[in-house]
Ligand binder design. Structure first.
Ligand code: BEZ
Length: 260
């Protein structure tokens, strides 16, 4: 989660109550990170802190950072023993006297950051030599059907959505060279389909739009927003609604890289 985009608002309560699958589906990435006792690990785009907590439970010292003050406030409430900071991952820097990290971890956040070179620079400066970067985020083609339905609706009402498109979904071929240019050795990179159940039955798609499509819908009156949501649901139902549940067409880019 959690980089600024025009009017993208983060509601930590909605996020935890209706979009909890984001953290639940990140548990496998914590396995890949394999936190070791005593390691210092930075969670970039930590949201409300659930995965930072899992990393800390393995004995690592985990610091979480997120662009959204609302998310960080909720993370501090939930996990008062952990350390959380509000911050912009495109400009993250170690604090005065702070030791570099053994690993930087990021789940479902980097697709909100439209300056990947700046993020990679931040990660490189945060890590010790030999430190690892383990991340997963939306990759090329991610939520393609949802984007098509939504942008068709925005075209219909004459909204210039290209200017406010909030996401960065690269391919392996685009992202791996950026890591290499940024001083990393890429150890693993995979783009994979991860059909994602949105929970909440019929309401799942609407909850997703409310949580994530704010910058595309901002400035549109609420009746028209509702009409857009209804039309998107009608267009997407044959493709993404199965057995009483919405299954979003997520595609993830998963990488591990080592700082040289
Ligand atoms: C994702 O996690 O893939 C995602 C989340 C929100 C908007 C778009 C994609």
């Amino acid at each position: 989660m959690s980089k600024k985009t025009i009017e993208q608002k983060w509601d930590a309560k909605h996020y935890d109550e209706r979009i909890g699958y984001v953290s639940q589906l990140g548990v496998g990435l914590v396995e890949l990170l394999a936190p070791q006792s005593g390691e210092r690990i930075l969670d970039l785009g930590c949201g409300t802190g659930d995965l930072a907590q899992q990393i800390a439970q393995r004995g690592a010292v985990c610091v979480g950072t997120d662009y959204s003050a609302d998310m960080i406030e909720k993370a501090r409430d939930k996990y008062p023993d952990l350390s959380f900071r509000v911050g912009d991952a495109e400009r993250f820097r170690l604090e005065e006297g702070e030791e570099p990290y053994d690993a930087v971890f990021s789940n479902a956040a980097l697709h909100w950051m439209k300056r990947p070179e700046a993020v990679i620079e931040s990660v490189g400066l945060a890590l010790r030599p030999g430190g690892r970067f383990v991340a997963e985020f939306g990759g090329s083609g991610n939520v393609g059907a949802i984007i098509e339905a939504l942008t068709n609706e925005l075209d219909r009402i004459g909204v210039d959505w290209k200017a406010r498109f909030p996401w960065y979904f690269p391919s392996v071929g685009e992202y791996a060279p950026l890591l290499e240019k940024g001083g990393f050795e890429v150890r693993y990179a995979e783009l994979y389909d991860r059909p994602t159940p949105l929970g909440s039955g019929e309401d799942g798609l609407n909850n997703w739009l409310l949580a994530f499509a704010g910058s595309l819908l901002s400035g549109i009156d609420s009746d028209t927003q509702r009409e857009i949501a209804v039309n998107c649901a009608a267009a997407l139902k044959p493709k993404l609604y199965r057995g009483g549940e919405w299954i979003a067409d997520y595609r993830r880019l998963r990488i591990t890289a080592k700082k040289k």
